[in-house]
Design a protein around this ligand. Sequence first.
Ligand SMILES: *Cc1c(COP(=O)(O)O)cnc(C)c1O
Length: 366
Amino acid sequence: MQPKQTIIHLPVYQPGKPIEAVKRELGLSEVIKLASNENPFGCSPKAKEAIVAELETASLYPDGGAIELTAALAEHFGVQPNQIIFGAGSDDVILMIARAYLVQGDETVMATHTFPQYKHNCEIEGAVCIEVPLQDGKHDLPAMLAKISDKTKIVWVCNPNNPTGTVVAKAELEEFLQQVPSSVLVVLDEAYIEYCSSPELSDGIEVISRYKNVITLRTFSKIYGLASLRIGYGVGHPDVIHAINQVREPFNTNRFAQAAAKAAVKDQDFIAYCREQNAKGIAYLTGEFKRLGLDYFPAYGNFIMVDVSRPAKEVFDSLLRKGLIVRGGHALGYPTKIRVTIGSAEQNAKFIAALEQVLQEVAVQA
Ligand SMILES: *Cc1c(COP(=O)(O)O)cnc(C)c1O
């Protein structure tokens, strides 16, 4: 037997180590995970209540079309229900987009370094991935535009970008979208947008009202704090949503996720609280990085990429021994940087204390 040619080179996804495993292996009683951009404040209490209430119907298939959740989100954003598609995380929506739009030999344009799932899913479909280097950690939209050819089907823009945390300015994005051919789908991944909503930044929901060839991706995994339930969504033109729906698995989102997400959308006070705490965390961490003489990319999500001027793997390992899990840049294309999730005030302070020790222990990169 032979699996299909397009997957032979693909690695199996390596998740970060779970907290429990790190505790056991290193004999630590306290471990803080700031590696996966999870919400340190959990989720809305209303979402928890909704999950519990749903236990009664665990034996029944969920509503495949997620009708009630769709209605709640459509109202929240002021769009039509046929403009929304749900996935088991926005990862699933990325997979469905690749499946719906790409065949062998098509081209697709994306940044490097950015969220790895774009490339992963496009390669499975046999598409040719054209990767355009970031400039100062930011998408180089003019260079990406220049790579669009007659074969291009999809362009991926991650805003804010993971792993760098940077955003493209509203005017830059606008100029780019005006020039992208209407036959090319632009995927605007806004997994962290709720952390940085500001009039100076573009808002995908507004963008999709003017561009039929743009779909914005959002998720309940980040600011909504529901990562374990696996629910995310795309908002775009009804024709695009229809095409993606054609490849969607019948019951791709579960009852608990749908119920929790519906309750969570209605609790915007919780979201405002998390956004505020996150902004305080960014202010604290950047202040500390300055004190320590470390450069960093401007952070617009719930994580920050900082240059530790030392081999990232060594800094990662030393932090781990002190009970702090971060993402080492060595695995993300940044050999002297680490990406750290903004935690609670207490977690942030513990991270800085540990980092300060580590900077003394690990030699500066020559
Ligand atoms: C976390 C993340 C996602 C997907 O998260 P899901 O849990 O699958 O919804 C998508 N894009 C980016 C950039 C992310 O960081």
